[in-house]
Structures are given as C-alpha cells and as structure tokens.
Unconditional design. Structure first.
Length: 361
C-alpha cells in the first residue's frame, strides 16, 4: 500500500472504486470504477470540507460527537488504511448499508493472515468510532449527497478521459515481463476513481485514484501522467520477498548515505520498496516512449526530494533482467552481486545518475 508523493505540489494521487457505466479501453477492458463506500470511508480525512457544504449544515456540522470521533480516527489511521481494511475481504463497494454491516460484524480473525499488520490493529483500535461515523454519515444522507454532488464530477472526469490505442495491452505485456516467473493476475487492475486528492494501491490488486488526475490539462501542468501512475500502481502488485526487504533494512543500518536519504523518504510516508517501483516504472515508461531520458533523470532527481537513491542504480541494470526472472529475484541478485552494496551506495548512485544524465544530453 502506498501513496504517490508529488514534488513540490500537494497532489497525492490514488485509485479507488467506481461502479456506474465503466469507461472501456479500446479492447473493452473495464478500467474505471466508482465506489460510494470508498468515498464515504475517505471522507473521514476531509470531514472539515464536507461539513462546510450546505447539505450537512443542519446535521453533521452541528454534531460534536461526530466531529470528535472522526478526529480520533484521523489521529490513528489514514483513509488508505480503512479502504484497504474494507478491501481485505470480498465486499460490496457500492452499497453503504453493506459497508456499515461489515464494520459492525468484522472480527480481527476474519482478516486473512497476509493482510495482518500494524494498520489492521490500528483500525480495530478505533473500530467503534468508525462504526458510529459511518452510521451518522448514512443517517445524514451521504448516499444522496454522493449521487448529487460527487458522482457527477467523477463521471465527467472518467468520460472525458481516453486511452491511446493499444497502450493498456503494451503496459500489461511489460508488467508480465517484469513479473517474470512470478504470478500476476491476467486482468487489468481495477481503478477506483474517488473524490480524494491522493492515490494508493489496495490489497486486492486494485488501486484508488483522484479524479483530478484524469484532467489532462491539470496533469500536464503538474507533470503528473495518469498512465505512468497506472504503471506505478500495477507494479505494486508484484511479489517482493521478506529476504529482499530484510536486505533493505540491513542497508539502512549499514550505509550512512542510504540511511540519510531513506529517512527523508520515510518521513514523507515513502521509502522501502518505493525505489524498486519507481525504477521499474521509469524503465517501462521509457521503453514505451512515455518518458524521455531527461524525464527519467528529472524523476530520480526530484521525486520525494530525490531521496530514492536506489532507483537510478536499479534502473540502469534493468535492461539486463532475464525474461523469466521476477523483479524480486532480479533485485535480490543486485544485492548478492554487490551491485547494491552497503558502504558504496553514494558512489553507485552518483555513477548511475551520471550515466542517465549523459543519455539525456
């Protein structure tokens, strides 16, 4: 699970759910979806904006209990945590009564072991507040509010967006190659377009995205390309082993240069496997002509303040990745062969950036 950090702007882009008349790619793959449930759960974080709307001025805006409880939720967890929690089991994303019933009945033992973790514990720690806030939003008419004020702008953004012919097939082909002998669902990842200002992947191989990113003029202004976000989020579906993540932690402890930059990335809520994903996304985007060499150089220089120092190192070796080799095995091999080595990261990073810059000139 992750969020996209865009420098220097506060546009964090995600993908969540959409259910009416989904937009289709040229090959009739259903890509875009909406979800009243995901928008409801995401509204906790933007409750102040919600309460300013005239629709809720005589209900939630005057409900001090609701305000107190939603603040408690926000102090403990992010919307992406709650949405991932809801997506960890087969659930109806389009019926808010079903959503409430889920949160009223779910037990920690119900959540599959592979999704268990700190954020699950955090959700259960404020589960009573989540239950009450969902109930109060339903009673205040959130579904009607969503249909009248939220869905129309989501629909307009979706209808106004078009994919270049064949691009989804090309991307999916590259994702299969990147997965190598790893498993990857053959279907395209579902994209849930929500009324949010960020983006994050979900446990069930779907992802969530702000409707703002489908505005091509806005995306161009802030140098945010939806197709590249799509590649990025889909790459988060690829398997990464505990051994590989342990290698990262070992590097964090032993290499001062990596430690300094990784600390910056983690402070933004990024870091860890993010460098792997950014490297692979840039590689695929460059291969498909979606980015230039200069775009790649700028990405590594500016993304999360340029703190993902492993990304350019990995990027420069990706052309040597074997077809049947998974991304996990390939990056693990870079550690084993000292292409990524504690005590040498600064030198390896500077050399990689020098090589990329030379291609961009």
């Amino acid at each position: 699970m992750r969020k996209l950090f865009i420098i220097p702007f506060l546009f964090l882009f995600c993908a969540l759910t959409f259910s009416q008349s989904p937009q289709k790619s040229p090959n009739n793959y259903k890509v875009f979806h909406t979800s009243v449930c995901f928008d409801l759960l995401s509204s906790f974080a933007s409750y102040e904006e919600l309460l300013e709307h005239s629709f809720f001025e005589h209900s939630l805006a005057k409900d001090s209990v609701f305000i107190s409880e939603v603040q408690t939720i926000n102090d403990k967890i992010r919307p992406s945590n709650i949405c991932n929690f809801y997506a960890s089991l087969p659930t109806n994303k389009d019926d808010i009564d079903t959503c409430l019933a889920f949160f009223l009945s779910v037990k920690q033992k119900d959540i599959p072991d592979k999704w268990q973790g700190k954020y699950i514990e955090n959700v259960f720690s404020v589960l009573p507040q989540i239950q009450n806030c969902i109930r109060k939003l339903i009673d205040a008419g959130f579904e009607q509010f969503w249909e009248q004020h939220i869905f129309p702008k989501l629909e307009n953004a979706i209808v106004g967006f078009s994919f270049k012919d064949g691009i989804l097939d090309q991307i999916h082909s590259e994702l299969i190659k990147m997965s190598g002998n790893g498993k990857l669902n053959e279907e395209y990842s579902k994209i849930y377009i929500l009324d949010i200002d960020n983006a994050f992947s979900l446990n069930d191989e779907t992802f969530c995205c702000t409707y703002l990113l489908l505005d091509k003029e806005l995306a161009e202004k802030y140098r945010i390309n939806f197709i590249q976000v799509y590649i990025h989020e889909n790459l988060h579906r690829l398997y990464l082993s505990k051994d590989l993540m342990n290698n990262l932690e070992d590097l964090f402890e032993k290499d001062p240069f990596f430690n300094k930059n990784e600390s910056i990335a983690r402070n933004y809520g990024e870091g860890q496997n993010e460098a792997f994903i950014v490297a692979a996304e840039c590689y695929i985007s460059r291969k498909l002509g979606l980015k230039t060499d200069n775009d790649v150089f700028v990405e590594f220089s500016e993304y999360v303040d340029g703190s993902l120092v492993l990304a350019p190192i990995i990027y420069n070796y990706l052309s040597k990745k074997k077809d049947k080799e998974s991304m996990n095995d390939f990056i693990s091999k870079l550690f084993k062969t000292k292409k990524i080595k504690a005590g040498k990261i600064e030198k390896q990073y500077k050399l990689a950036m020098k090589q990329i810059k030379a291609k961009a000139m």
